[in-house]
Ligand binder design. Structure first.
Ligand SMILES: NC(=O)c1ccc[n+]([C@@H]2O[C@H](COP(=O)([O-])OP(=O)(O)OC[C@H]3O[C@@H](n4cnc5c(N)ncnc54)[C@H](O)[C@@H]3O)[C@@H](O)[C@H]2O)c1
Ligand SMILES: [Zn+2]
Length: 359
């Protein structure tokens, strides 16, 4: 059953966003509704393809498939070039399209390949991780990493449609699942108190195989992200709210070695820091700070991380210098509402960072 969520109006087109168990079977219908009549070239995460190739084949038949590594280290221009080479060899034309089948790494890099091949061919996102379903596949940000930094090369490019089939999540590890849930909790915290409450009710018994129970959570997260992107596609205002928990989260990620801390785990710890700052700025009550902590704990997410607070603070001020302005913080005013502030005193930041770093 597909929960037809909504469509996103962005980049001059209307993007249908479908979510639910078995949503993949609705792909052909969504594609023909969008006027697409070309051939589809599938580029998939090797691991996701091994696990779910038959589900994909039953919908797409004999479409050509390229299997690539979905590892963050391979989110590079070289991998994009492999996709371009494969398209050239296969004689892909302007009317044809690419289908990204995998997590955020594959959606980002295949999206960029689609944006640039023949100056843009159709793109379909079929995200196979929870994080990619609720975040990376929606909104049109595509790109790859550069040796000097994450996501430095890329383009805004909207897909023809996004199909978030929650049955594909059954094979996720508990850790990857929890990391995706951090983004759902984040969206609830800054945009929707009802989503947050729903999550509180189900958090401790939700697992990757609960395709039906996950469907409304994924669908609502996608809707809320789409609302924000419609208001602010290029992240000059509202879209920044989606970075709640990410300021400290990115600093933690940059400090931890690759693979030690998943993105969603870093966001969880970063949300704790942001909530503490919000509380010290007299925006958020203690009760709400504690509810957020309890929810993240019930989702099996970390609330603190072993790190040197001075290193985290140094990374934060490096970011601020790069931006050439005051540090902007996405804070919570209450559960379900976020606000951006650029007047957080240094000692408040220090205190919050100390509170989330473990020795
Ligand atoms: N474009 C955006 O707006 C946006 C937003 C958030 C994150 N991102 C990007 O997304 C990436 C992270 O995405 P991610 O968390 O999905 O990580 P990922 O793509 O690295 O996938 C994580 C792991 O899950 C495996 N996997 C994929 N599908 C699976 C399945 N169904 N069952 C079991 N394992 C599966 C992959 O092989 C991989 O090892 C980062 O590169 C980040 O920059 C982009
Ligand atoms: Zn994130």
């Amino acid at each position: 059953m597909t929960l037809a969520t909504r469509s996103l109006r962005a980049g001059g087109r209307e993007v249908p966003l479908l979510a639910g168990p078995g949503a993949l079977t609705d792909l052909p219908r969504a594609l023909s509704a969008s006027g697409f009549e070309g051939r589809l070239f599938v580029v998939g995460d090797q691991y996701a393809l091994d696990l779910h190739r038959s589900a994909l084949q039953s919908v797409l038949g004999a479409a050509p498939v390229l299997s690539i590594s979905g590892r963050e280290e391979d989110k590079t221009l070289e991998s994009v070039a492999r996709v371009w080479d494969w398209l050239v060899e296969g004689g892909a034309q302007r009317r044809d399209g690419l289908l990204a089948f995998g997590g955020g790494v594959v959606c980002d890099l295949v999206g960029f390949a689609a944006a640039s091949y023949l100056r843009g061919v159709g793109l379909v996102n079929v995200p196979t991780t929870l994080l990619a379903q609720v975040d990376a596949s929606v909104g049109g940000k595509t790109g790859v990493n550069h040796a000097r930094g994450k996501n430095l090369i890329g383009a805004f490019y909207q897909p023809l449609c996004v199909v978030a089939d929650t049955s594909l999540l059954a094979t996720l590890s508990p850790r990857a699942f929890a990391a995706g849930m951090a983004e759902v909790a984040k969206i609830g915290m800054i945009l929707d108190a009802r989503l947050f409450e729903h999550l509180e009710q189900v958090a401790d018994r939700l697992g990757p195989a609960d395709a039906d129970a996950l469907a409304p959570l994924v669908a609502r997260s996608i809707e809320l992200k789409a609302d924000v992107v419609e208001r602010d596609e290029r992240e000059s205002g509202d879209r920044m709210l989606l970075n709640y928990g990410h300021t400290v989260g990115h600093a933690l990620e940059a400090g931890a070695g690759y693979g030690t801390l998943l993105h969603g785990e870093a966001v969880s710890v970063g949300m704790q820091a942001a909530a503490k700052i919000s509380q010290r700025m007299d925006m958020l009550g203690w009760e709400a700070v504690e509810r957020q902590a309890a929810l993240l704990a019930a989702l099996h997410l970390p609330l603190g991380w072993r790190a040197n607070p001075d290193e985290i603070l140094a990374r934060l001020s490096l970011d601020k210098k790069r931006a050439g302005s005051r540090q902007r913080w996405v804070l919570a005013e209450r559960i379900g509402a976020g606000r951006i502030r650029d007047d957080v005193p240094a000692d408040v930041v220090r205190e919050a960072v100390s509170s989330i770093t473990l020795r």
